[in-house]
Write a protein that binds this ligand. Structure first.
Ligand code: NAD
Ligand code: ZN
Length: 254
């Protein structure tokens, strides 16, 4: 018999084991326990830098030096961060043949660092910088060491090759994410406020196709009452670890 409070993990494990064919959609919340603050729901650097003022393409065109004051702090945080048990748990679920892919809104590379192989980066990543004049690209780390703000050899301040608010989603990521969302039987939505479009459309798409939606978030989101089938109101590392423990109890070791 599951103990008090354990039932919800059993339900999630049941859904994953009986349906398989799962996809995860992750947001900034999954990386909070790795030391990277989310935009909403936690404190941290975003009290100092309003994302709507600092993380938009308009702000970058207007005042790239100001945007780099925020980006340099973000880059430092990303360099120090390592995967937490939620990232590792998703990689384990992929190896077990239960999870097919991870669609992430994050730019931190922590899913890949944890061992996930099929990761769709909906908002790009922070690995490269690009010049918006001559389109030359540079590896971020080396270029940033030369000084902030980093500059192209043509003189222009470089932009990280990730999606700022107001920029389009890379079409391959959009295409792949839609096809994954369209065909999965379970969608695990972890640590997203579901307020950033078009990423927040993904759970609705899966739901319309009959998928079972599991949401892991200590808070309610616009999805919780309208789209979610099972809301696990816990932090990501605890919830993913408990679901995995339950699955491992019933699955023979491979
Ligand atoms: P968000 O900041 O809007 O929302 C984060 C959500 O995570 C909130 O609903 C919060 O309740 C929840 N949360 C907080 N701690 C959690 C935990 N330990 N476990 C589970 N959930 C937790 O994030 P978003 O919806 O991803 O949208 C913000 C945009 O900014 C996205 O594009 C996002 O990827 C980007 N961003 C990325 C990073 C990163 O790469 N790590 C960090 C900040 C913002
Ligand atoms: Zn250039």
């Amino acid at each position: 018999m599951p103990g008090p409070g354990e039932q919800i993990f059993e339900e999630a494990a049941d859904a994953l084991l009986s349906r398989r064919n799962a996809v995860a959609l992750t947001g900034a919340g999954i990386s909070v326990e790795s030391g990277i603050p989310a935009f909403r729901g936690t404190q941290g650097m975003w009290e100092k830098y309003d994302p709507m003022e600092y993380a938009t393409i308009d702000a970058f065109f207007r005042d790239p030096e100001k945007v780099w004051s925020m980006l340099s702090e973000m880059v430092d945080l990303l360099a120090r961060a390592s995967p937490n048990p939620a990232h590792v748990g998703l990689a384990d679920l992929e190896r077990m043949g239960i999870l097919r892919s991870v669609i992430t809104q994050n730019v931190d590379g922590l899913h890949q660092a944890a061992g996930s192989r099929k990761v769709i980066e909906f908002h790009g990543n922070a690995e490269e910088l690009v010049c918006l004049s001559c389109w030359t690209r540079y590896p971020s780390r080396a270029k940033i060491l030369e000084g902030i703000p980093p500059r192209c050899s043509c003189g222009r301040i470089l932009k990280p090759d990730l999606v700022l608010f107001g920029e389009p989603i890379p079409w391959t990521a959009q295409d792949e994410a839609e096809s994954e969302a369209d065909s999965c039987a379970v969608l695990l939505v972890i640590g997203t406020s579901a307020q950033v479009t078009p990423a927040c459309e993904i759970p609705r798409l899966s739901k319309r196709r009959g998928a079972f939606i599991i949401e892991i978030n200590p808070e309610e989101t616009p999805l919780t009452r309208m789209v979610t089938d099972l809301h696990i109101r816990k932090v990501a590392s605890l919830a993913v670890t408990r679901i995995l423990e339950t699955i491992r109890r019933v699955l023979p070791p491979s």
